[in-house]
Design a protein around this ligand. Structure first.
Ligand code: BES
Ligand code: ZN
Ligand code: ZN
Length: 462
């Protein structure tokens, strides 16, 4: 049985025990200080603390008496450094605002993430317990963190331990946990069941390709289908990547990791939707039977694609999954993919690109993202660039003639496989923190799943 949760959450309990940890907005720090006794005022003055961040305050015996976190409590990640900064012990976060406590719980958990599964030493986590006297706040934050940890763990796990069969095992464990069903189409069965593109891209790997297909929820509910790019390692194929570009390509199943983390959020919250999660899982490997530049694939939809570049493999595996996703006419299809290097050139690595055939849905997700500190940015499905995918020998090529607007041409390629009447959203994500930010250690990261979850909650929860 796969362990769905290799990284345990930091300890957060619904309780009022522990050293008081006051959480105040920076602008209220002067008035908080004003109310303290002269000992505390003197201590704070002598440490040079200026009302920004954490300070721990002793009593007259030199024992820990209380702590203060003065911060921008409007920021979702305002407590993102809390776990790292607090000394070992038990603390009780105090604020008269529920939304501040929510952020404290969230930031504490997300900032305490450490991927130590492959460390032989230094595995002990810091013994900090945070208590918040609100069971609701604690349980919501835990579900959020657990979902983000699923995504981060999957991305951070080295490729040799995160091949298609491992993504399948995780998907099955998730289905089992929430009473859903998961099936896989594996290896040559992909050809029998007409997923030729997924099969062809993964053909050179010793790990058989899979189409993972998870269902959950009542069939009477509105149907939402999530699709995640599951390229377990992207060597580039015969158009092999230079070593610096290949170095972190274990993260190329980041889209799959995103939809599995998002599915966890949806299922834990019991959103009244009929959820389908599809993950085309392959390794883009090099071998004698690898697909080649110039080859033509007849895709599931019947559209023929000339391979211009074997490194543009993500759109290929996604196209068969998208074609299938249309068949049951869902209300919404959302895909996540580490699709292009061009997207991070356009938006930087910390802002996911979002494309949509529905401006309503796009605006809804963008707004939800702003409100929950999970920003996304819409890029255009600019039709005239479709001509850049013209092929001399097939219906289209998998790679535009010009590298400019690469995230857009990739999205336009995907759009060819979505029926016009279906609302579709595509996320081009980095799935990786290049630098450490509060609550966001370097390494695998979930980007946009909270924005989508909040949108779905607002739209579908009665
Ligand atoms: N997985 C990469 C895209 C990628 C690279 C995402 C680095 C995030 C960080 C994708 O399969 C790829 O190689 N895309 C090529 C497409 C090109 C050949 C048209 C790219 O972006 O260079
Ligand atoms: Zn690639
Ligand atoms: Zn890729």
């Amino acid at each position: 049985m796969t362990n769905l949760h290799p990284t345990k959450l930091p300890v957060l309990n619904a309780s009022a025990n522990g050293t008081p940890l006051f959480v105040v907005h920076k602008k209220n720090y002067p008035s908080w200080l004003e109310e303290q006794n002269s000992f505390t005022k003197n201590w704070i003055k002598s440490t040079g603390y200026k009302g920004d961040g954490l300070v721990v305050i002793p009593n007259a015996n030199g024992e820990l008496d209380k702590a203060l976190l003065s911060t921008d409590t409007d920021d979702q990640f305002c407590a993102g450094e809390l776990y790292n900064l607090l000394p070992e012990g038990e603390f009780n976060a105090l604020s008269d605002s529920k939304s501040v406590l929510e952020k404290v719980a969230f930031g504490f958990l997300l900032g305490g993430y450490q991927f130590s599964k492959f460390k032989s030493k230094d595995k002990t986590s810091k013994a900090v317990t945070l208590n918040i006297d609100d069971a609701d706040v604690v349980s919501v934050a835990k579900t959020y963190a657990q979902s983000v940890f699923i995504t981060r763990d999957l991305i951070n796990t080295p490729a040799d331990s995160m091949m298609p069969e491992h993504l399948a095992a995780t998907s099955n464990a998730l289905a089992t946990e929430y009473g859903g069903a998961c099936r896989q189409i594996v290896g040559e069965d992909l050809l029998d069941e007409n997923y030729p593109t997924i099969y062809t891209v993964g053909r050179a790997s010793s790990h058989p390709s899979q189409l993972i297909d998870l269902h959950w929820g009542s069939v009477n509910n509105p149907k939402v289908t999530l699709i995640g790019k599951g390229v377990c390692f992207d060597s580039g194929g015969l158009d092999i990547k230079p070593s610096s570009a290949m170095r972190f390509m274990k993260k190329d199943m980041g889209g799959a990791a995103h939809v599995l983390g998002l599915a966890n959020l949806i299922m834990a919250a019991k959103l009244p939707i009929h959820l389908r999660v599809m993950v085309p899982a392959v390794e883009n490997a090099v071998s004698g039977n690898a697909f080649r530049p110039g080859d033509v694939i007849t895709t599931r939809k019947g559209i023929t694609v000339e391979i211009d570049n074997t490194d543009a493999e993500g759109r290929l595996v996604l196209c068969d999954a998208l074609a299938e996703a249309n068949n049951d006419q869902p209300e919404l299809i959302i895909d996540f993919a580490t699709l292009t290097g061009a997207c991070r050139v356009a938006l930087g690595t910390e802002l996911p690109g979002m494309f949509s055939t529905s401006s309503n849905v796009a605006n809804g997700i963008k707004e939800a993202g702003e409100n929950c500190g999970d920003p996304v940015w819409e890029l255009p499905l600019h039709k005239p660039y479709k001509a850049l995918l013209n092929s001399e020998v097939a219906d289209i090529t998998n790679c535009a003639t010009s590298p400019f607007g690469g995230a857009i041409t990739a999205a336009l390629f995907l759009q060819e496989f979505v029926d016009e009447n279906i609302d579709w959203v595509h996320f081009d994500v980095m799935a990786w923190n290049n630098r450490k930010l509060p609550g966001r250690p370097t390494g695998g990261e979930a980007m946009g799943i909270r924005a989508v979850f909040e949108y779905l909650k607002a739209r579908f929860q009665p």
